[in-house]
Design a protein around this ligand. Structure first.
Ligand SMILES: [Zn+2]
Length: 168
């Protein structure tokens, strides 16, 4: 596992007492990027945004923030403090590659930081109440909290199903 620390201005130290109970999936929405290329960019630039791990089209994974720190990933402060965010390289609306699915399943199973996340697809209603543990898309947070100008990146429902089946 490569670890390339995100720029110090891109995340917060600690989680303010929150446990990790949720995981969110993201798309970079950029064409032709690699995990290492994205990680280096976030290392070298203060963009006031970050993610936990990134997985490129070939299944390479790079970690960018410690699980004990809160990445600025979902446009919503409490969700950032209680979640981990997996970023997938590739355009919005394009399918994940088989290597990306294989890599994320293997990573979630191996990473002890994900152990407190239930094998459950979060609904929009559950997100805002902050009681139920599970997995969702970045766009779900934007919709659940009606965040103006919030990000709408997501992977498909079929892909979430495949991931949750894989980590069972
Ligand atoms: Zn996102």
């Amino acid at each position: 596992m490569r670890f390339i620390l995100s720029n110090i201005g891109n995340f917060s130290k600690g989680r303010n007492g929150h446990k990790i109970t949720r995981g969110y999936f993201h798309r970079t929405a950029v064409k032709g990027d690699t995990a290492i290329g994205e990680a280096n960019y976030f290392h070298n630039h203060c963009v006031k945004a970050s993610w936990y791990k990134i997985i490129d089209l070939d299944g390479n994974i790079v970690q960018s923030v410690l699980p004990t720190d809160a990445a600025w990933a979902t446009d919503q402060w409490d969700e950032n403090q209680m979640s981990l965010s997996y970023e997938f390289c590739g355009l919005n609306g394009s399918p994940l590659t088989a290597k990306q699915i294989k890599a994320v399943v293997a990573d979630i199973k191996a990473d002890r930081a994900t152990k407190g996340i239930a094998n459950h697809r979060l609904t929009l209603g559950e997100i805002k109440l902050r009681k139920v543990s599970g997995w969702g898309n970045h766009v779900d947070v934007t919709r659940a909290y009606s965040i103006q100008g919030g990000h709408t990146d997501a992977i498909s429902e079929a892909e979430i199903k495949q991931i949750l089946a894989g980590i069972k």
